[in-house]
Ligand binder design. Sequence first.
Ligand code: NOJ
Length: 768
Amino acid sequence: MKPTHLFITTVIAMIIAACSPKVSPPAAPDVPAKEDPIEAKVEALLRKMTLEEKIGQMNQYSGFWEATGPAPKGGNQERQYDQLRNGLVGSMLNVNGAAATREVQKIVMENSRLKIPLLIGYDVIHGYKTMFPIPLGETASWDLNLMEQTARIAATEAAAGGVHWTFAPMVDISRDARWGRIMEGAGEDTYLGSLVAAARVKGFQGSDLSANNTVAACAKHFAAYGFAESGRDYNTVDISEHTLHNIILPPFKAAADAGAATFMNSFNEIGGLPSSGSALLQRDILKKDWNFDGFVVSDWGSIGEMVGHGFAADTSDAARIAALAGSDMDMESRAYIVHLANWVKNKTVPEAYVDDAVRRILRIKFRLGLFDDPYRYCDEEREKRITLSPAFMDVARDAGRKSIVLLKNEGNLLPLKTEAKRIAVIGPLAADKDAPLGNWRAQGMANSAVSLLEGVQAAAGPNTEILYAQGAALSVGLRTFLLPTTINTSDKSGFAEALAAARKAEVVVLAIGEDCWQSGEGRSVANLELSGLQMELFNEIYRINKNVVVVLMNGRPLAIQELAGKAPAIVEAWHLGSQAGHAIADVLFGKYNPSGKLPVSFPRVTGQVPIYYNYKSTGRSYPSKPNEVTWSHHNDVPNSPLFPFGFGLSYTTFSYSDIALSAKEMTAAAPLQVSVTVTNSGKAAGTETVQLYVQDLVGSVTRPVKELKGFQKITLAPGESKKVTFTITAKDLEFYTAARKWEAERGAFKVFVGTNSAEVKEAGFVLK
Ligand code: NOJ
C-alpha cells in the first residue's frame, strides 16, 4: 500500500473510531482468587509478557496442510514459522496427529522466550476417527447420555491425536433447512438444543480438563448464525431482541453453565452489528451477565470480514473494533498480529483489554495442563492403541440406530422378513461408503463407513439373495470439503439394471437423499426437493414394485411430499457415521425397534421454510368461515409441515391417556404435576419419547403456540402401561419479557403431552 493510501485509511479508521458507539469496558479483570493457583500463575506470567507477546497469544493460524476456510491474504509459511519461534502465535488449528502436533509444539517450546505452549484446535464435530451420526441426526435420539458418551469418545480419540480443543458443539438453533449447517446443530428447538449443548460440552470436557483424554469445548457460533436470511450461509441476520434472548441464546447459556471453556463468534451481523464487533454479545451478555471466564475465538477470518460488512474501514480498523468488543483470539484474519499493537500504543485500545483477553487464553491453557506438560496430548502410542477401537465402533452403531427416525410404515412393510427370498438394494447411496460419514468428519477416513448394502448383506438370512444396483449416481466429479457438489441430472445408464433388480425382488430398499457434501458449511440450497434423478428413479422403480422401503440419508430436512405420498415405508437415516450400514440394517430387520424423533420439522415444499412447531399465533391464524381467503396461510399448501417436530414411528404403537393435573393452579412455591399413562398398544416392545409442551396464553410479548418443556424416554413391553409424570415449576415458564428480564408472567397456560408436537393431549392451568 502506498504511504498516502495508508495515511488516508488510518485517518478514516481514526475518524470511525472516534464516532463509534462507546463499548462497555472489559468485564472487570477477575481478581485472582488467592486459593486458585491457576489465577496466580496467569497473573505472574502476564506480568512478564511484552505487548507483542500478549498479542501473539491472541493470534491463531491454520496448519499449512489442511484448510477449512478460504486462504487468508498474506499467509506465508516462513513467516508463520518465525512467529511460532518468537512466541507470536497462541494457537494453531488443523494440525493433525500426535506426531505433527508434537512437531509444531516443539517449535514454540524450544525457541520462544516464555515457552507458552500452543493450543491446538480442530473441528471435532461428530467424531474424530470413529464417526458418529451428524449432530442433527444424533439429536433425533433425544438421548442425552448417548450424546455425552459420543462426545467423550470423540474427545478421547482427538486428545490422543494431539488435539486440545474442539470447535464444537455448534449450538445454533435453525429453523431453515436451506441452511447447509443445520446438519451440525441440534435442530429447531431451544429447550432440546440447550440440553444437548450441555451434554456435548460435558462429553468433550469430562470432569477434568487437564486429563489427557478430554478437550476444551467451544460453543459456536455466537450468535444467531442459524438465522441467516433465506438460509444462505454467512448472510445477514435481522431478528428481534426477543428472538435473540428467547430462542437463540439459551443453548449458549446452557453451554456456558456446563463449563464450556471457549466460545466462537459468528460470521453474521445481527441488526447491523457483526458478531466479531459486538460488545453487547461478547462483553455484556457472555462475559458480564453470564460470568464466562473462558475466551472467545473469532470464526475464520470473521474479524477481517467486518470490512466486507462495511463495519470496518480496513483490517486495522477491524482489529480495533474486535479487540474493544471482546473477540479474544483472531482466527486467520491476521488483524491482531499486524495491527493491534499500534492501537494499543496510540491508546485507542487500552492495554487492559489485551490483558483481559490474554488472561482468558492463558487460563484455559493452564486448565488444560499444558504448562505441566505441553506434549501430554501428543502420544503416538496411545493414538495407535485407542483410535477406532471396537468398543467405540459399538457405540457408533448404537448411536446410529437410536438416531434413525421411522417416518412411514404402511402395511407393516417393515421390519423386513429375514426369510425374504430376494431383496434389491438400490440407489445412489446404497453402496456408498463415504456419504454416511457426513460433512465435518475430522480425521474420519474417506470411504470407511459400513455401507447400507454391506449392512443388509450382513443382516439378511442365509436364504435371502441380495441384489444390488446403483440406478444413477447422485453426483459427478470430485467430492470434497472445499469443492461444490455437481449433481448428476442426465446419466440414466444405470436405470435398466436397477429396474431389473426391482422386478426380481420381493422388496426394494432404495437409498436416496443427499451426498455428505450437499450439506455443511457453504452448502446452502434454494431447493429442498430430492436432487438430480432420484425422484425419477423412485417413480420408475415404484411402477414395477410397490414394496419400496426408502432409506433417506441426508444432512437436512428434505421436502419429500410426493415421495411420502407414494412410498409405503420411509426410514430417515441422516448421515449416521462409521457404522451406518449396520445401524440401518438393525432397524430394517427389526433387531432394533426405531425410537428416534425428529429434532426439526420437515416441510412439504421448500416455500414453507422457515417452518417450525413453536411459531406465533397471528391475528388471523384460522379462517372464520369455509373458503375464506383473508387469513394467514399459503393458498397452495397447508400450514402444517409434512412431518412435525418430535415425530417418529415405532414398530409398535403407543396410546396416551388424558392428562391428569395435580391442581388447576400453581405458584412459584407450589409446582404442578402433569401426568399421563402411556400404554404399548402394539405387539413389539418399544421405546417412546413422551413430550411435554406448554403455551403461555397471554404475554407482555407474544408467546409461541407451544414450547417443549420436558420429555421422558420410556420402554414398554407389549400391553404394558406406565404413568409418566412431569413437574412444571415457575422457572420453566420464564421467558425474556417486555421488561427485558427473565420472568414468569402470571395467567392462564395450556399444557400438552404427546408423541410429537402435533399429536397431543391438552389441559389448562393458571400460574398465580
Ligand atoms: C469456519 C466455521 O464456521 C467454523 O465453525 C470452524 O470451526 C472454522 N471454520 C474452523 O474450521
